[in-house]
Design a protein around this ligand. Structure first.
Ligand code: ADE
Ligand code: ZN
Length: 374
């Protein structure tokens, strides 16, 4: 394995220490979560990566303890090259079953995730036929649901660094091997290397097949979000932080109720949200503008986070308590691609869990002479 996985000289840590508060911890752990932005390849524990590498005769450069340099990826490109290594050791049906199952149980149900739409990126597993990927992943979904009750569906990710023709081929495969578990398509990898306009044909094909459509817009300008809505037919946006740079687009997205699937920890470490300072200011701006925000953890172990921790971070940075945090779950239920019956049962389950969760007291007023805790 030849990925740049260790902390490189000159890459200072970027993640922010979060204060310990048992009441907040209990609150964020107990809240039900609906996860619309979590990549399967990014959700594999380092121990599993090391074991799969050994199984396939790949010699890891590093052990599980320092496989992910989640504090200090130099940029998205460096992170994505680590992702490539992880994807390359997930090869057979048993591997796909394992990583799916683990991501939905230890990485999902254990955090009270009640529903997830997993972002699955076939191009991240070179040489593995799409039907074989589906076979293992669907078995993982089934077993995770049987053991924990978590529901999950799949969103198939196009690698935007590749050509529009390759994207069309992938969507053709998705249509040819259509199964109920696959509810939509997404667009991932580096936005800077793949403007959304390149993928109009693939998205139109998906639209004609009745698939849901979403796409990442992390670093790109507000114009990319317009392209997603107007040309790709997306009904939701992954990240989309730069929407708030454009008041007219913001007003439109509020009026249309466009969901934005935000990921505080990964976006702050990566500075893709434009902040990188632990304030999560863009997420606050989006919420305050009336945009429909959902919260998830993107690539949890790779960024040293998990579904509970992303909420904890917002509770501390933005002062959100039970009702604000639960609103991310209500937004995600509205935005997900289950049918109305599925959404109603999810809502009922989540409402019972929120009702059983005591709120945490608001934080004490901060001393203006002290440095703001991060
Ligand atoms: N996984 C694949 N593409 C990604 C992206 N652009 N951001 C975060 N995780 C990803
Ligand atoms: Zn993502």
């Amino acid at each position: 394995m030849t990925a740049p996985t260790g902390r490189l000289p000159g890459h200072p840590p970027r993640s922010r220490p979060v204060p310990t508060d048992p009441a907040v911890d209990a609150l964020v752990a107990a809240l039900p979560k609906v996860s619309l932005h979590c990549h399967l390849i990014g959700a594999v524990s380092p121990q599993t990566v090391v074991e799969l590498a050994a199984k396939h005769g790949v010699r890891p450069e590093r052990g599980a303890a320092d496989l992910y340099d989640h504090d200090s990826y130099e940029d998205l490109g460096e992170f994505l090259r680590v992702l490539d290594v992880v994807g390359s050791v997930i090869r057979d049906v048993e591997d796909f079953h394992r990583v799916t199952y683990e991501s939905l149980t230890a990485g999902g149900a254990d955090h009270n995730v009640v529903y997830r739409e997993i972002q699955l990126s076939p191009p991240g597993h070179p040489g593995v036929p799409y039907p074989r990927i589906l076979e293992g992943v669907v078995a993982g979904l089934r077993d995770a649901r049987a053991d924990t009750g978590i529901e999950a569906r799949l969103v198939i990710g196009i690698n935007r660094e590749r050509s529009g023709a390759e994207a069309v081929e992938l969507v053709e495969q998705v249509v040819e091997h259509r199964i109920d578990e696959v509810v939509g398509i997404g667009l991932d990898y580096a936005e800077v290397n793949g403007p959304p306009g390149r993928f109009v044909e693939a998205y139109q094909l998906a639209g004609r097949a009745g698939l849901g459509r979403t796409a990442h817009s992390e670093s790109g300008p507000p114009g990319h979000i317009r392209t997603l809505l107007d040309e790709l037919g997306c009904s939701r946006v992954d990240h989309g932080y730069h929407v708030v740079d454009d008041p007219e687009l913001t007003a439109r997205c509020v009026a249309e109720g466009v969901p934005f699937n935000c990921t505080p920890v990964s976006s702050d470490i990566g500075r893709y949200s434009g902040s990188g300072d632990g304030t999560h200011a863009r997420i606050r701006q989006m919420v305050d503008a009336g945009l429909r925000v959902t919260i998830d953890s993107d690539d949890p172990p790779m960024f040293g986070t998990d579904p509970t921790h992303d909420l904890r971070v917002l509770a501390h940075a933005l002062g959100y308590r039970r009702d604000e945090l639960a609103s991310f779950t209500w937004n995600a239920i509205d935005a997900c691609w289950l049918d109305e019956t599925g959404k109603a049962s999810l809502r009922a389950r989540a409402e019972a869990m929120v009702a059983a969760t005591p709120d945490a007291p608001p934080p004490p007023p901060s001393d203006p002479t002290e440095e703001t805790p991060r």
